[in-house]
Design a protein around this ligand. Structure first.
Ligand SMILES: Nc1ncnc2c1ncn2[C@@H]1O[C@H](COP(=O)(O)OP(=O)(O)O)[C@@H](O)[C@H]1O
Ligand SMILES: O=P(O)(O)OC[C@H]1O[C@](O)(COP(=O)(O)O)[C@@H](O)[C@@H]1O
Length: 444
């Protein structure tokens, strides 16, 4: 994964908050292993280096504590929470992403089957479900979540909008919730941090553990977000169909708009997976339309040489081509201008003015893509993320997300993953691969 441009970390950025020192024996040995094998409980020695190239330094004898490293995910020998008494809440917030139901199912199954927790509530429609006006939460059991992984979306519902952390913590207190799992993106995780801070200020031993969700793959310090592989796989199918249409007509142009508010990962990966696109436009790279070195002239040249052209555009690309606006959605995220429609109109006008016969087909499969069930790879990943999140919470970790870094499950402080954004590095390997695969020029 291209994670170029991330800031340098110190160990202080990676310190994980824990609730304290209570010490219940983990039920995992008894629950999981019947024939005397012993489970590998995580210890401090398992720390995961932020920069794996530093493993050479460790081999040379530099103590791992002196190098920035993440706390490892996984089961602990002793727990903060007594599973038999622990009450758990789960909430999903923000936009849909393939795999949400897999994560919900994974949390419930791990809590019930491996830890013996017997009380799990699903809060409805995002953080709205934690307010006084929220719908009644749903009791979740392994039976009630048994088949949900075959469906896209989230069985709990989701929402955007702004909710008061004090009100949400009061709801959690009244329902005597000990652990809250938040499956959500950067906004939801900022909310999770606010809930954890409010609980701490009130002296409530509440564990708040996130599972990072972003179809755009824009959360930093994780190898890849769940659902992303499913999403770019589906997006590649859309590009392939648009390509088939385009090459079936004279001067056919296929224009596909994909999701990617600030980060063009879906567009880049789908392009590489289909290998059918001639031009990819992403938020991270400027795209002048006019002039010899602009997008319109390039499309014309592709039509001249090849007789058809396929253009992929991420929804956040080219926002500078519009008048500035302060419009925002209910969560405060900037509302994007419709770059797909602008390109459709400008390319149509440009080709019409050139006097050539052409046919442009515009497709916007974004919502259709993000609502599909997770593929096999993402399903595995969701289950394992959920297991890591449960291990972390039962051991009393709070204000963290469970993520995977260089193939290992780790605990990442929420402030770390909300402080920056993962974006395609315009000087990095991924973008270079896209330029090579499409043959598109560097526009500026
Ligand atoms: N800056 C913030 N501080 C606290 N809570 C936030 C913040 N931004 C968003 N939230 C909460 O998180 C929820 C989801 O945020 P949103 O940005 O819509 O999606 P995502 O979590 O996918 O980024 C919102 O309903 C809101 O309650
Ligand atoms: O669901 P909405 O409000 O139409 O928002 C669409 C946005 O949701 C996303 O799919 C995911 O965004 P979030 O991670 O903020 O939830 C973006 O790619 C897209 O810009």
């Amino acid at each position: 994964m291209d994670t170029g441009g991330l800031p340098t970390l110190t160990q202080d950025d990676l310190v994980v908050r824990t609730l304290g020192e209570r010490s219940f024996p983990s039920p995992l040995d008894g629950g999981l292993l019947e024939r005397g094998e012993s489970l590998h409980y995580v210890t401090e020695d398992d720390r995961v280096l932020v920069d794996s190239s530093l493993s050479r330094a460790v081999r040379r004898g530099v103590p791992v504590e002196q190098l920035p490293s993440f706390e490892p995910g996984g089961p602990r020998r002793t727990l903060f929470f007594d599973p038999a008494r622990t009450r758990v809440g789960i909430v999903t917030c923000g936009g849909l992403c393939p795999g949400l139901n897999n994560v919900i199912r994974g949390l419930v199954v791990e809590l019930y089957e491996h830890y013996g927790v017997r009380y799990v509530l699903g809060f409805r429609n995002g953080y709205h479900g934690l307010t006084a006006d929220g719908e009644e939460p749903e009791v979740l059991t392994p039976t009630s979540v048994q088949w949900i992984n075959s469906q896209g979306g989230t069985v709990l519902g989701t929402s955007r909008g702004s909710q008061d952390p004090a009100v949400m913590v009061e709801t959690l207190r009244l329902r005597r919730i000990d652990v809250l799992f938040v499956i959500g993106g950067d906004g939801s995780l900022r909310g999770a941090q606010a809930i954890a801070d409010e609980a701490e200020a009130r002296g409530l031993p509440l564990a708040v553990v996130g599972v990072p969700k972003t179809i755009d793959n824009d959360i930093p310090w994780i190898d890849r977000s769940f659902g992303f592989q499913t999403a770019f796989g589906r997006a590649a199918e859309s590009i392939r169909s648009a390509h088939t249409e385009a090459r079936s007509t004279r001067n056919g142009v296929g224009l596909i708009k994909l999701m990617g508010r600030h980060s063009g990962f879906i567009a880049c990966y789908a392009t590489l997976a289909s290998d059918d696109a001639d031009l990819v436009l992403i938020p991270e790279v400027a795209m002048p339309l006019e002039g010899e070195r602009g997008v319109l002239a390039h499309i014309e040249r592709v039509l001249d040489t090849q007789g058809h052209a396929v253009v992929v555009v991420a929804e956040g690309a080219g926002q500078d081509l519009f008048a500035a606006s302060t419009a925002a959605d209910a969560s405060g995220n900037a509302k994007l201008h419709d770059i797909g429609a602008l390109l459709r109109d400008r390319v149509t006008a440009h080709l019409a003015a050139s006097g050539r016969e052409f046919s442009l087909r515009y497709v916007d499969p974004g919502y259709a893509i993000r609502s599909v069930p997770a593929n096999a790879h993402d399903s595995v990943y969701c289950t394992r993320l959920a297991q890591a999140a449960v291990h972390a919470a039962m051991a009393g970790r709070t204000s963290i997300v469970a993520g995977r870094w260089h193939g290992r499950f780790v605990h990442l402080p929420i402030p770390l993953v909300t402080a920056s954004r993962n974006q395609v590095d315009s000087k990095g390997d991924l973008w270079l691969s896209v330029l090579e695969a499409t043959g598109q020029p560097v526009f500026v």
